[in-house]
Design a protein around this ligand. Structure first.
Ligand SMILES: [Zn+2]
Length: 127
């Protein structure tokens, strides 16, 4: 039997279990060990933007539009560059450790839970 292809290789997108607003820790690369709150996820690219992590400088002219934001001022702007999704791990707010989420059915809902402490991983409803 051939080994099952990984989702990424098969070209199917796996839903990311990290969303904006979650706290993550960087587990690989030059920014390893840093923590931050996820600003946004680029699930199609498998990348993730974390506040205060992977800061790059962008040289920008005023009025230039990029990444959905229009620069009002020119100059050098610090911004967090996207990281590979595989380089970060979700931090559980309950046990405060990097973890992965499992999912289990509770009633009619699928509830994500921390695989370390087994507590449900609940997100604040989005504003
Ligand atoms: Zn936990």
């Amino acid at each position: 039997m051939p080994r099952r292809q990984r989702a990424a290789e098969a070209g199917t997108s796996r839903p990311l279990d990290i969303r904006s607003g979650d706290t993550v820790v960087v587990i690989a690369g030059s920014e390893r060990g840093k923590r931050g709150v996820v600003q946004r996820t680029l699930s199609a690219e498998g990348r993730i933007v974390v506040e205060g992590v992977n800061i790059r400088k962008r040289h920008q002219r005023s009025g230039q539009q990029r990444g959905g934001t229009t620069a009002l001022q020119g100059g050098i702007i610090d911004f967090p560059a996207p990281l590979a999704y595989s380089n970060v791990q979700l931090v559980c707010p309950k046990c405060d450790r990097p973890t992965r989420l499992g999912h289990r059915v509770e009633g009619e809902r699928m509830v994500p839970f921390c695989k370390r402490c087994n507590e449900p991983y609940l997100r604040a409803p989005r504003a």
